[in-house]
Structures are given as C-alpha cells and as structure tokens.
Design a protein around this ligand. Structure first.
Ligand SMILES: Cc1cc2nc3c(=O)[nH]c(=O)nc-3n(C[C@H](O)[C@H](O)[C@H](O)COP(=O)(O)OP(=O)(O)OC[C@H]3O[C@@H](n4cnc5c(N)ncnc54)[C@H](O)[C@@H]3O)c2cc1C
Ligand SMILES: Cc1cc2nc3c(=O)[nH]c(=O)nc-3n(C[C@H](O)[C@H](O)[C@H](O)COP(=O)(O)O)c2cc1C
Ligand code: SF4
Length: 708
C-alpha cells in the first residue's frame, strides 16, 4: 500500500518519528488520521465491546452513555459500539430495530462528539434463526429454544435460506440508515458471526450461490457493504475482517489470510473505508478473540494486519493483546496498521489516550488479561467491569473528588486493597502513609503471578508503585505496622488491608514433615517431589498443580477436591486451557472427595459417588480463590428434593508429598488501641470478613478512600 498524506506518520529522515525500535510513542499515537471524511484526532480506537449496559429492547441507557462518554473524555478518538443487532434477538446487546430507538443512539453520538470522539455502530447478525428462537421463547418453550440455539450455532449458516439472507440484508441497511440519522460517524460491519461463517471455507458447506467458491462465500459480505453504501452514501464504512490464523482450531469463522487480502481489495471497491483486522471467531470459546494472560503472544494479529495494510489504500486498525502504548506505537510505526484498537486496556484505564498525550504512558493502569471482570461477565450476562477499575459501570457516580478536609491516613498493607486505598486517598488530597512489612508491594500478587501463564499479574504491582509515587503517597516498605504505633497521634484514620494467609485445616496428619503449604511452594520456599497430592482444588490448588506438573518440577500430581468442580473460580476462557494442561501432564483430578487424614505415605479420603445436584448456583462464590460454598447447601437440596442419600467409598492415595491449598484465612489485626484513641478504622480486602479476590480488594480499597 502507498500511504496517503494523512496516513503517513513521518517520511524517512524527518525527526517526528524515531526508528520503529525506539518510537516516539506520544507523537505517533497522537497523530490525526482521516478516514473518508471522518477525522480521528489520534490513533486510538475503543473497539467493539458488548457491555451489557443497554436496555432490554437494546436502546442506549444513561449507564451506557456515561460509560462511553467516560472513554471519550479519556481521549479515545473513535469508539465502536459492539454487536448492535438490526433485528430483535434474545441476546443482551444493543439493538437498533425501530425509528423510535434513534433518539437514544443520538444522545450517545452527541455525548461522544462533545469530546471530538467519533462513534461507530458495529452491525452484527447472530448465527441463529432469531425469529424461530424468539417464537419458542414467546411460547415459553425454553428447552426447545435452547436446543434450537445449540443446533443453529453449528448449522444455521448452512440452513438459512437465500430469501432470509435477503431479509437480513434489508434489516442491516435499515440499521445503517437509522445510525446515520442518529449522527453516528461510522458503521462497522461485523465480518465475523453470520457474515464470517458464510465467508469461511471451514464452516460454509452450502451448494447455492452463497457457498462453494470464494466468490460465492463472500457474496453476502459484499452485498452487505454495497447495500450500506447505497443506502447511506455519507457514512464511513469500517469492516471487521476476521482472519483464520496459524491455528484454525482457534477460530474458523473468517478467511485465511490470502483470501482475506483478496476480499479486502474487493470490499474497498464496494465502499469500505477502513478495516479492523481481528482474529476469526466461532468455536464457542471467547478466548479465541479475547485471549487471556499467557495464551497468545502480544500483538498476535500484527502479521495479519500488516498483510491487509500492504494490500489496500485505506487505513487499517489491528486489535488484540497490545500490551502497552510503546507496543501500540511500534505497530503503527512499523507499518502493521494505521491505528490501534485497545479494548480491555481502555476498559481498565479510560484515560489511556490522555495519558499518552501527556507523555505519561507509564501511568496507564495496565490490563492483566485475566478476563474475569470483562469477558466472564458477558459470558454470564452481567455488565462488564474491570477487576482493577472500581469505577466501571458507575461512571460519573464514583468519582475521585478532592477532599475539603485533608486527613492523615495510615494504610496497613501493600496488597491490591491497600495500594488502591492509598492511591485514591492520596489523589483526593489526604496525607497518606502506606506501611508494608515485606520488601516489596503486591501482597499475594507476588505468588499469584508464579503459576503458568500468570506473569502479567506483575504489571499490577509495578503500576501501583508508579501510581502511588505520582499521587504523592508515602510508601514505607519493610515496615510492620502495629496498632500501638498507629495510635501515637500521627494519624486521624487507619485503613487496614493486611490480607490473608493460607488456611490450615484441622485435618489429622497435616503437621507431618512431608506436608507443605501451597503459598510457600509458589514462593519457592518449599519444593515438592514425586507423587504429590494437593488437598484443595480451588484456584490456588489448581494453579499449584499446574506449576508442579511442569517438567522442571516433574511431580506426579493428584488434586483432591471436596466439591464437584476443580478451579470453580477460574475464568471460563482459561479453564479449558488449564484442563488441557492437566491432561497433557497426566494430573489426576478427584472431585467430591473429602480428605479425612494424612499419613506418612498416603492421603486417606472419602469419595461421594452420587453427589446431590448443587443447590441454586453453579460453582463457588464469586471469584474467591480456594473458597467453598457452605457445606450444608447441597445436602439440604437433596433432602428437600427427596433425592437418595449420597453413597460414599474410601479412597487411599499413596504419595511422597502433600500440599495444602484449602483457601485463604483473613489475617487478624487487633484495633483495640486505635478504637480507644478514637481513630476511625476501616478494613478492606481479604482481611475484611472473608477472603475474596483482586476485584473485591480493589473495590473495597477504592470505596474506603473515597469515603475518607
Ligand atoms: C496463588 C494465588 C493466586 C491468586 N490468583 C488470583 C487471580 O488470578 N485473580 C484474583 O482476582 N485473585 C487471585 N488471588 C487472590 C488475590 O491475590 C487476593 O484476593 C488479593 O491479593 C487480596 O488483596 P489484599 O490487599 O486484601 O491482601 P494481600 O494481597 O494479602 O496483601 C496484604 C499485604 O499486607 C501486608 N501486611 C500484613 N500485615 C501487615 C502489617 N502489620 N504491617 C504492614 N504490612 C502488613 C502483607 O505483607 C501483604 O503485602 C490469588 C491468590 C493466591 C494466593
Ligand atoms: C467484554 C468484551 C466484549 C466484546 N464484545 C465484542 C463485540 O461485541 N464485537 C466484537 O467484534 N468484538 C468484541 N470483543 C472483542 C474486542 O473487540 C477485542 O477484539 C478483544 O477484546 C481483543 O482486544 P484487547 O486485547 O484490546 O481487549 C469483546 C471483548 C470483550 C473483552
Ligand atoms: S477484567 Fe482483567 S482482562 Fe478485563 S480489562 Fe480488567 S484486567 Fe483486563
């Protein structure tokens, strides 16, 4: 591709752009870009992300407007609203089906334009028969609807009639017209899902004019673009181009790169103004397109967007696991794309672009790719909210306002809860001292980042160290705070965030010398060998199992879990990968098995052969590592339903080592001296009642600080 004047960053030899190895991140990312007549003020796009903030009928709510407005205020140049359907569906996504909905979309466009941020609507059609499924639901035939949905996900692309495709095309064109009327700047065609399935040589098995040859498979995609262009001549057309990458099993609903290049060229003739190059979808695991930590390389779409950019004369964006602003700038400077989509990173820090503009990219709160607050949330139909960002979903309600009465605040503990409390309190103008007894910040993150794939967790403590410094908090490492020293008159308020410790259960034999502690194993202080039984299959037990089953430990691992699931709290995007790893390393998983005692050479347990169905909710309480639902619930369910008494059998597991991973116990911190001195005390994070996870630690730290 020959760059146009507007997409070229800097000609060779000028000093606005350093070499791709040492790019001037701010200059590159803040360069404006013209796409048709849509002028982006910088190179940062918030790509399509279903949020769950919309109304039942798909209209834009105040919460939705505030969410996107906050992203716009944070400096993003272009926001694409994800998965907007042109027809009524059962999916909880935005819908623009009637003219009556236009004003709510117009309000969103106006809110974004206030910040010179452009709005795109991603038009998508799901890969199921929306009419038939809706009729089954309306009749109350839930089982029938679910069965049809399940069937359609695999077969609709091959069963939808050409006539129905024509109707869908009409609804897409109508959506584009409504979008233009609402003031949207762009329509992004979701080239994935139904459109991508039709394009795919791996999924499309049709033998009519929409199947077989490349021309036939891509016919609908081209019809969609031409119809939008004809119906809405002025709107900018963005096309999400899904690529089947090196491993076709990861996502098959798109095109291999050579065919994608050919299609891209044709689509430009049809009216496309820009491409958004992404990973193909359609295997049922959201990890394909939204890879969790350690599951895909950084910037994994780079080679594919580079090929598309070389082939077409319109701007191209890329998306997926771009770790930081320097990497984003490098992608642009090296010619892999013209602008970047930053989804989870902007969810995590909506001020991303403004911080780049200010030359403070080091202060961008980094996404750790845990997929818990965002991807898991949409998978379970909750609204998205980053685990590190306590303000998501509460934009303009939860704000860090300056205090009118600055206080001297001590924060005890430098884990996520304490670090967030100290950061927010200091930003508010309080005089904050954070005490951490270890020689580093992070608390449990230090060991949480040790298991396979979890290295990105380290980004949190590294960022907090910089953010605390920038906010002006006084951080005292290697300093154990005691209630007495905090009550000496130096502080008005104390936030206790001392966290937890690995729980020690009352199981006979756990004091034997070959019994280890999962936290100490992860910290490298204890080293298991040979046949190792891990007692407790929550997140910590499962991750420890993965670690010691790897070749450099080479343990022969058995995990014993009293509940019905291993790693119930793990992200649904990561769990299949973890299970694959267990299979590869021959890890034995025993569920519904309760340990009775540990002996010198074995673990003795009791397995429940016919466990009662779990009562009410699947899995463990939200996100709590090592947590257990209350023991009584399953039994009570069995009693109430008249189910047969559970049958049990003894199990003996011979072993050389045992590791305990039975949950986190809150650490005590006696505040009697503080109470006596009249000092306000707030407990946050794992020490507050029950241990939980990063999400709760950060949220409680944040809320304590804004209340101070
Ligand atoms: C192996 C492992 C993996 C995990 N993985 C995940 C995960 O993937 N996702 C997730 O959401 N959660 C995960 N967690 C849980 C998560 O790390 C914790 O919920 C979170 O760290 C709790 O934060 P906190 O600040 O409350 O406590 P902590 O992280 O425990 O921090 C407390 C800090 O207080 C310090 N301290 C204690 N007493 C004093 C004192 N008197 N004076 C000064 N300092 C003191 C401690 O040294 C510590 O640094 C994991 C936990 C473990 C152990
Ligand atoms: C919660 C969530 C919802 C998403 N919804 C959509 C969507 O509606 N349409 C779409 O094309 N991609 C969707 N994506 C994929 C993102 O656009 C993006 O490609 C992906 O998150 C990888 O980029 P990132 O690493 O910058 O987050 C979604 C991603 C997340 C995390
Ligand atoms: S919840 Fe996790 S993956 Fe999602 S944006 Fe936040 S840090 Fe990133």
């Amino acid at each position: 591709m020959t760059d146009t004047a507007t997409t070229t960053l800097a000609p060779e030899g000028t000093d606005t752009l350093d070499t791709p190895d040492a790019p001037d991140t701010t200059a590159i990312l803040m360069q404006p870009l013209e796409i048709r007549h849509m002028r982006l003020k910088n190179r940062i796009m918030f790509p399509p992300m279903t949020t769950g903030y919309e109304a039942r009928d798909g209209s834009i709510t105040e919460q939705s407007i505030n969410f996107y407005k906050r992203v716009a205020e944070g400096g993003a140049a272009y926001i694409v609203l994800g998965d907007v359907t042109p027809v009524h569906t059962i999916s909880p996504t935005p819908k623009l089906v009637t003219d009556e909905q236009i004003p709510s979309f117009a309000a969103l466009a106006d809110a974004l334009h206030e910040f010179d941020c452009k709005l795109g609507l991603q038009v998508f059609h799901p890969e199921y028969d929306t009419v038939a499924v809706a009729e089954l639901f309306a009749k109350g035939d839930m089982a029938g609807a679910r069965a049809k949905l399940h069937h359609d996900m695999a077969h609709y692309v091959n069963e939808v009639s050409a006539e129905r495709l024509g109707e869908i095309l009409g609804s897409i064109t109508a959506l584009a017209r409504r979008a233009a009327a609402a003031g949207a700047d762009a329509i992004e065609v979701h080239g994935d899902r139904l459109v991508g399935s039709l394009c795919s040589p791996l999924i499309n098995e049709r033998d009519d004019e929409y199947g077989g040859s490349f021309d036939n498979r891509t016919r609908f995609a081209r019809e969609v673009v031409r119809a939008i262009r004809a119906g809405s001549p002025d709107i900018c057309i963005d096309y999400k181009l899904p690529i089947i990458t090196e491993n076709p099993q990861i996502g098959r609903g798109g095109l291999f790169i050579d065919e994608a290049v050919t299609l891209a060229r044709l689509l430009v003739e049809d009216g496309v103004d820009t491409f958004h190059v992404g990973q193909a979808n359609h295997t049922g695991n959201l990890n394909d397109t939204i890879p969790a930590m350690g599951t895909r390389p950084d910037c994994f779409m780079e080679p594919y967007s580079r090929r598309i950019k070389e082939a077409v004369d319109v701007p191209v964006s890329t998306v997926g696991a771009i770790p930081d602003a320097d990497a984003a700038a490098r992608l642009i400077a090296s010619g892999a794309c013209d602008y970047v989509g930053l989804g989870r990173p902007i969810l995590c820090d909506p001020d991303y672009a403004n911080k780049v503009a200010d030359g403070r990219a080091d202060l961008i709160r980094p996404c750790i790719m845990c997929n818990r607050g965002c991807t898991d949330a949409i998978a379970s139909r909750r609204f998205i909210s980053c685990v590190l960002n306590a303000q998501n979903g509460y934009e303009y309600q939860r704000v860090i306002g300056k205090t009118e009465a600055p206080k001297r605040i001590a924060v005890v503990g430098g884990g996520p809860a304490g670090m967030e409390a100290a950061r927010v309190a200091a930003l508010r103008g309080h005089d904050v001292t954070l005490f951490e007894r270890a020689d580093r910040l992070g608390g449990q993150l230090d060991i949480a980042s040790v298991p396979p794939r979890k290295g990105t967790m380290r980004r949190i403590e590294q960022w907090y160290a910089r953010a605390l410094d920038a906010a002006g908090a006084d951080v005292r490492l290697n300093t154990e705070a005691t209630p007495e020293m905090l009550a000496d008159g130096r502080f008005d308020e104390v936030i206790v965030a001392v966290g937890g410790r690995n729980a020690t259960p009352p199981i006979p034999g756990t004091d034997l010398p070959h019994v280890m502690d999962a936290w100490r194993v992860l910290a490298g202080e204890q080293r298991p060998h040979g046949r190792t039984v891990i007692i407790g299959g929550g997140l910590v037990g499962a991750e420890t199992a993965e670690l010691i089953a790897q070749d450099d430990y080479g343990c022969d691992v058995t995990v014993v879990e009293m509940m019905g699931q291993i790693a119930a709290e793990e992200s649904s995007t990561i769990k299949p990968i973890m299970m694959e790893d267990f299979a590869t390393h021959h890890v034995t998983l025993l569920t519904n098995t309760k340990v009775e005692r540990v002996t010198e050479h074995a673990v003795e347990a009791v397995e429940t052969i016919n466990p009662p169905a779990p009562a009410g909710r699947p899995g463990a309480p939200a996100g709590r590592p090592g947590a257990r639902p209350a023991g009584g619930a399953p039994g009570q369910a069995a009693e109430a339903s008249g189910a047969p008494e559970p049958q049990t059998r003894p199990v003996t597991i011979p072993c050389d080592c045992v590791i305990l991973a039975l949950g986190t116990a809150p650490l005590p911190f006696d505040t009697t001296a503080l109470d006596a001195a009249g000092i306000t005390v707030t407990r946050v994070g794992d020490c507050n009642g029950r241990a939980a996870d990063i999400n709760r630690a950060v949220e409680e730290g944040y809320l304590a600080a804004v209340a101070a």
